[in-house]
Design a protein around this ligand. Structure first.
Ligand code: PAF
Length: 277
């Protein structure tokens, strides 16, 4: 496994190669990332992963400074799964042209975008840079960040980028908590409580699949239950899987997405709901 930090060196190393499958990450890897890397191997002969904590996608009061940077441990985990690790510095990624961003559609201001203005703009900007640098045939993104995946698919279509975007399933801890690098901010008591977000989503899915039609009532009750347990719920929203437009009921394939804070830790989760009738 090669570890490369310069764009020029990576380009030279990948020149003329086809069959590149790419997994962008911000490091501090867990089993969810490693599953994406295993999935990448099914799509390409050469698996490239990037490790880069992208300052553009963090707001001024967010966790950019304390985001765990664990490159050495990450590289150990990637050994045998990945052929090339691209781990640039901020200076290497953004030497110039600050102020040039990808402009995004309305959906980027909803859900997570409502509380994190600029987040998806910064994310999309680094992703298009990474795709241009690596030029993979396939790139894999986790479905836990479903809105991110949706925006990336739209961006790739809009800019005719020659890459296939593949979604990787959410990997969960034994109790059901969706794996995330931010889970490590939770103290032991919060970690026990954290599973409650996925418990609520499963409960909502069950109700919808059993034909409970009043989504607003279901959603308000779930928010109230979480609030009573000490959560600060940002949103629980029912959306169409393909467009992420608001859905009032499960007519086609839909998705319940949620973001909520436990103490200072912001957790995301989502669950697909397909009503068979
Ligand atoms: O999902 C992430 O880890 C990041 O948003 C990504 C896609 C690597 C861009 O920085």
């Amino acid at each position: 496994m090669q570890i490369i930090s310069s764009v020029a060196e990576l380009r030279a190393c990948l020149a003329g190669r086809t069959g590149i499958a790419f997994v962008p990450t911000m490091g501090n890897l867990h089993e969810g990332h490693l599953a994406l890397m295993r999935q990448a191997r099914l799509h390409g002969d050469c698996v490239v992963a990037s490790v880069f904590v992208n300052p553009l996608q963090f707001g001024p009061n967010e966790d950019f400074d304390r985001y765990p940077r664990t490159l050495e441990a990450d590289c150990k985990l990637m050994e045998g799964l990945v052929d090339i690790v691209f781990a640039p510095t901020v200076r290497e990624m953004y030497p110039q042209q600050q102020g040039i961003f990808i402009e995004l559609p309305q959906i980027a201001s909803e859900l997570c975008g409502a509380s994190r203005p600029g987040h998806f703009r910064g994310m999309a900007t680094v992703v298009i840079k990474l795709l241009n640098i690596v030029q993979p045939q396939v790139a894999i993104f986790g479905k836990k960040d479903y809105q991110q995946l949706h925006i990336i698919r739209q961006m790739v279509a809009q800019f005719n980028l020659p890459v296939t975007i593949v979604g990787g399933e959410i990997v969960r801890a034994e109790d059901g908590l969706a794996l995330s690098s931010r889970n490590q901010y939770l103290d032991p008591k919060q970690r026990m409580e954290a599973v409650q977000l996925s418990v609520e989503l499963q409960g909502l899915r069950r109700e919808l699949m059993q034909g409970h039609a009043d989504w607003d009532a279901l959603q308000s009750a779930a928010c109230a239950r979480l609030a009573a347990r000490g959560w600060e719920v940002e949103y629980i929203s029912l959306r169409a899987c393909d467009s992420l437009e608001v859905a009032q009921s499960v007519m086609g394939d839909a998705l319940i997405l949620a973001a909520a804070k436990l103490g200072v830790t912001r957790l995301l989760d989502n669950i697909e709901v397909c009503r068979a009738d």
